[in-house]
Design a protein around this ligand. Structure first.
Ligand code: PLP
Length: 411
């Protein structure tokens, strides 16, 4: 074999890594030595330990280290062991998976749901399984990477599936794309429209009522990936559809299909789901490649996630506190610092700083002031729009916000 340092892969990889290092764009993976909570213990490069306020987690409800959530996982591990060492259609499903999937369906307002090891996996199951030749998938241009990749994958698995993109949250552009689809002789099947509920880089939300109307007009299914909306949006944290009052009196959602993660507000461990009609879920079970050829969500995580959602349902005051502390954070940043924070009804408070290197340097400085916030740059966001993304949690208090504001003032 060629010497490892002269293979095409080795040469180009070294070039990429050198470029990232020399331009200050290299991401550092921080080391945590405590559970995720308002305060985390971090171990720095020099081995020193620091307690810092964590404001970059999606732990929106502060449930990642909730004693009930932790205990549910421990009990499930004791009762069921690590797993079935198999996929579900061969060795079956543990009771906690059934329980969790019923809880998710009830919480989302759908007939059924099915869980996966991640939302990424769930999204990769959705379109390649449900679409057939003659279908089209229509996407907001700023949708999450897992949606983009699932759309790329679908025509590879199912020839004859088309895809199209509309301008971000632009309903005129969306209508144009739907109109084109309607007049396309190749599109003889189902139109699928997919949007993030909450767009995580800006913290803006999809116009679900208008999208619902458009989908009804064109006979399209409306799919929403509400990974950043579940637990956050709406009075009781059911998501962006609740924010818009799109849950009927009988508890049924006006959204046709949801994808979502259990790795953010809803427990924070890992896991994802598809929620929708019973037939759609049955098709996923029968035909979905990530369900047929890949293991289930670990049972410990299933039990923890179920307890997290139940805790949210029983304690809507967590959502209320999250909303209040987020509002306080925005007000204080605007009133007391020179930074501009993007407006949003979500718990995401991005501060745009420009260059990727600036964002990374600022987040490094904030660490010295006891604040853990990450700078996002290219390619996660467009060039020149790098940002610090502050994310609030129900675990935060006003005092935590005050410390953030003081640190921002000292930058
Ligand atoms: C975080 C996120 C995902 C990925 O979730 P995982 O469960 O970690 O795979 C998918 N979609 C959106 C919109 C997200 O924000």
């Amino acid at each position: 074999m060629t010497a490892a340092t002269t293979t095409p892969f080795a040469v180009r990889t070294k070039e990429t890594l050198d470029m990232l290092a020399s331009t200050g764009q290299m991401k550092v993976l921080q080391t945590l030595d405590s559970p995720m909570d308002a305060l985390v213990t971090m171990i720095d490069d020099d081995g020193s330990k620091h307690d810092r306020i964590c404001m970059c987690s999606n732990n929106y409800l502060g449930l990642a280290n909730h004693p009930d959530v932790v205990n549910a996982g421990i009990e499930a591990l004791k009762q069921y062991g690590a797993g079935t060492a198999s996929v579900r259609f061969i060795c079956g499903t543990f009771t906690p998976h059934h329980t969790l999937e019923q809880t998710i369906a009830q919480y989302m307002g759908t007939e059924a749901s099915y869980t996966f090891v991640s939302c990424w996996n769930a999204t990769e199951a959705l379109f390649p399984t449900c679409c057939e030749a003659g279908d089209i998938i229509i996407s907001d241009e700023l949708n999450h990477a897992c949606i983009i990749d699932s759309m790329r994958l679908t025509p590879v698995i199912k020839k004859g599936v088309k895809k199209a993109v509309y301008k971000h949250s632009n309903m005129d552009s969306c209508r144009e794309v739907l109109e084109r689809a309607k007049n396309d002789p190749d599109i003889t099947g189902q139109i699928w429209l997919i949007t993030d509920g909450v767009f995580s880089m800006e913290g803006d939300i999809a116009n679900l009522p208008e999208l619902r109307k458009l989908c009804d007009e064109y006979g399209a299914y409306l799919c929403v990936d509400d990974s950043h909306g579940h637990g956050v949006m709406g009075k009781t944290g059911r998501g962006t559809h609740e924010h818009y009052n799109m849950i009927n009196e009988n508890g049924k959602s006006q959204i046709d299909v949801f994808t979502g993660t259990l790795g953010k507000a809803l427990g924070g461990g890992a896991g994802g789901f598809i929620a929708g009609s019973k037939d759609l879920i049955d098709l996923i079970i029968q035909r979905g490649r990530p369900t047929l050829f890949s293991n289930a969500l670990p049972v410990t995580v299933a039990a923890s996630a179920n307890t997290a959602i139940r805790t949210l349902m029983n304690e809507p005051q967590r959502v209320e506190h999250l909303r209040k502390v987020t509002q306080y954070c925005r007000e204080q940043i605007k009133a007391k610092t020179k930074f501009e924070v993007l407006e949003s009804p979500t718990a995401i408070c991005p501060i745009i700083v420009g260059e990727t290197a600036t964002a990374i340097a600022m987040s490094k400085k904030l660490l010295d002031h006891g604040i853990f916030v990450i700078g996002f740059g290219y390619p996660v966001v467009p060039e020149g729009e790098a940002r610090l993304r502050i994310q609030m949690s129900a675990a935060h208090t006003k005092e935590h916000v005050d410390q953030l504001v003081e640190a921002l003032r000292q930058l």
